[in-house]
Design a protein around this ligand. Structure first.
Ligand code: FES
Ligand code: FES
Length: 153
């Protein structure tokens, strides 16, 4: 089967039971996507599939054939960071950084969905992404900044 990830096609003989998260990390070496809980609770494994955010631990790789998958590795434009990535740096939205790829992928989608008009709205629509370091105020500030500066696309 073939997966499209960050604009490239990867053909492998994946077993039907392999999750998208394991296919990305273990087989394609795209370890930016993190495994936190492996059961849909933490959001560390968030990627975009056809532009929509999903938790990659909760879906099988075989189910995502023919779709465009974007991971944190595919977000920047060459050396130029995505505006949400840049905003996370500006606002110091991370400590250990383990949750950060998932937070950023989810933040990109949150803005595109039109769910970043207030701090409360961002908190609500980012509630599927947990941060054990407790960086929430800075994460919210980064997403609001990227959203309001109109540079989210
Ligand atoms: S690893 Fe997927 S939600 Fe935690
Ligand atoms: S920055 Fe450490 S878990 Fe979020």
């Amino acid at each position: 089967m073939t997966l499209r990830v960050n604009g490239e096609s990867y053909s492998r003989e994946w077993e039907a039971r392999v999750t998208l998260l394991d296919a990305l990390r273990e087989d394609l070496g795209l370890t930016g996507t993190k495994k936190g809980c492996d059961r849909g609770e933490c959001g560390a494994c968030t990627v975009l599939v056809d532009g929509r955010r999903i938790k990659s631990c909760l879906t099988l790789a075989v189910m995502q054939q023919g779709r465009e998958i974007t991971t944190i590795e595919g977000l920047a434009d060459g050396e130029r960071l995505h505006p949400v990535q840049a905003a996370f740096i500006r606002h110091d939205g991370l400590q250990c950084g383990f949750c950060t790829p998932g937070q950023i992928m989810s933040g990109v989608a949150c803005i595109r969905e039109g769910h970043a008009d207030s701090d409360d709205e961002v908190r609500d629509w980012m509630s599927g992404n947990l941060c054990r370091c407790g960086c929430y105020p800075n994460i919210v500030a980064a997403i609001r900044d990227a959203a309001t500066s109109g540079k989210d696309n």
